[in-house]
Design a protein around this ligand. Structure first.
Ligand code: ZN
Length: 409
């Protein structure tokens, strides 16, 4: 396949995860008799720019539909992370009440709330109408369209450029990553700052976090690949932070290539070196990852079937995209797992794509008392273990399968 960043025609297949429905395409009861669309889920790596990527088979507007069911506000761990981010950015950069601030993929306005509390107006871009409407109801300004060069140019034409552009957890979700980066360049003021946060592909491959691979997630980024994409589009990375969200992410700080006010920090060179040592440019890194995924899957399936043969019951916590990828890759469904609980009322009564396991409120745990509960969003396990303390009343065991199969409580 052709690399979406550098157009190299010689990308190498890393892992074939079979076919799966889009991981956020939850089914209503009446859809259970219909056929689901299954699409190949394969990961490739470009041996020129080392961008790891899935097959480009979906236009984004087919995946991020108006009722796209992801709302960031349901995780307190994530909201705390956002509070810290806001404080750090406001103290580090010269942002005044006159500054113009933009967030791309502003979701339900959780970060806009945080900036508002600090006295700053953060303008949002969010194409998913269900999320954008929640933010609008809270009084935030949101452009409910996809971001790219066209929107960046529109902002510039209206003399509406931004001093801070925040693009956290979105860069990996855009099919045309060059168009997105150029859009940022077009609507950034001459001394403007951009921050991009994304899970690190080095965490994915080294810790075998294969459940983060899904169709909506087009690219799997490293400093190496982000430098390549942003440099081509007139932006430079001048600093990086390693952050713990989503199992290990990187925050990139960028500005215009020609902005001499920001010199490139030592952190960038250190991380480049670290990635190189961990094998970002070595095809064997990716092949070892594929082998480990398979081993982890076999180990987990064996564990599930041993529980079932002991006559015990299983439920899952967290009907997120990650969990859906994981269950589908393992080939597990409603025969093995009784139900999934989730905090988001929009998902209650629906069925997980592929596995077709029913999603219920957290309360369902009280009434059904499963013996084992698999925590699918392993990245939030500390928060969830605390929340599920009540399941100890009937001796339930809490399990995480990634990065290693482990009874965590
Ligand atoms: Zn490439």
């Amino acid at each position: 396949m052709k690399c979406r960043a550098c157009n190299n025609n010689d990308c190498e297949e890393v892992i074939d995860m079979g076919t799966a429905p889009p991981s956020n395409a939850f089914l209503a009861e009446e859809q259970l008799n219909c056929v689901e669309g299954y699409y190949p889920l394969k990961l490739y790596v470009c041996k020129i720019c080392w961008l790891v990527q899935t097959l480009d088979q979906f236009p984004a507007d087919e995946l991020f539909v108006d009722d796209y069911p992801y709302f960031s506000s349901y995780s307190s761990t994530f909201l705390n992370h956002c509070e810290d981010y806001c404080k750090k950015i406001l103290s580090r950069f010269e942002i005044s009440s006159e500054s113009k601030l933009l967030e791309i993929a502003s979701n339900d306005g959780y970060l806009q709330d945080i900036f508002k509390k600090q006295g700053f107006k953060l303008i949002g871009v969010e194409p998913t109408k269900s999320a954008a409407n929640i933010a609008k109801k809270k009084g935030h300004k949101v452009h409910d369209v996809f971001f790219g060069t066209k929107l960046g140019l529109d902002f510039a034409k209206q003399k509406s450029q931004f001093d801070l552009i925040i693009a956290n957890n979105v860069f990996a979700h855009v099919p045309d990553i060059n168009d997105f980066a150029l859009g940022i360049k077009k609507c950034l003021t001459p001394n403007g700052i951009v921050t991009i946060e994304n899970p690190s592909v080095m965490s994915l491959v080294n810790e075998c976090l294969f459940d983060t691979i899904y169709h909506e997630h087009y690219s799997y980024l490293s400093l190496k690949s982000v430098i390549n994409i942003t440099k081509k589009n007139g932006l430079k990375i001048f600093d990086v932070d390693k952050i713990s969200v989503h199992g290990g992410s990187i925050r990139y700080y960028l500005t215009h290539t020609e902005n001499d006010k920001q010199s490139v920090s030592e952190n960038v060179l250190c991380l480049q070196n670290e990635e190189y040592q961990k094998g970002v440019e070595d095809i064997r890194t990716y092949m070892n990852f594929a082998q480990k995924c398979n081993e982890l899957k076999n180990q987990f399936c064996k564990f599930v079937y041993s529980i079932l043969s002991d006559g015990k019951s299983l439920a899952c916590y967290g009907a997120a995209a990650k969990g859906n990828t994981f269950l589908n890759y393992c080939g597990l469904g409603a025969k093995e797992i009784d139900f999934i609980v989730d905090k988001n009322p929009q998902k209650w009564g629906k069925y997980a794509p592929g596995s077709r396991i029913k999603i219920q409120p957290i309360d369902a745990l009280h009434s059904k008392k499963p013996d084992f509960i698999i925590i699918l969003p392993w990245n939030l396990k500390t928060e969830i273990i605390h929340e599920l303390k009540f399941t100890k009343n009937w001796g339930a065991k809490l399990v995480c399968a990634i990065p290693d199969l482990e009874i965590v409580s």
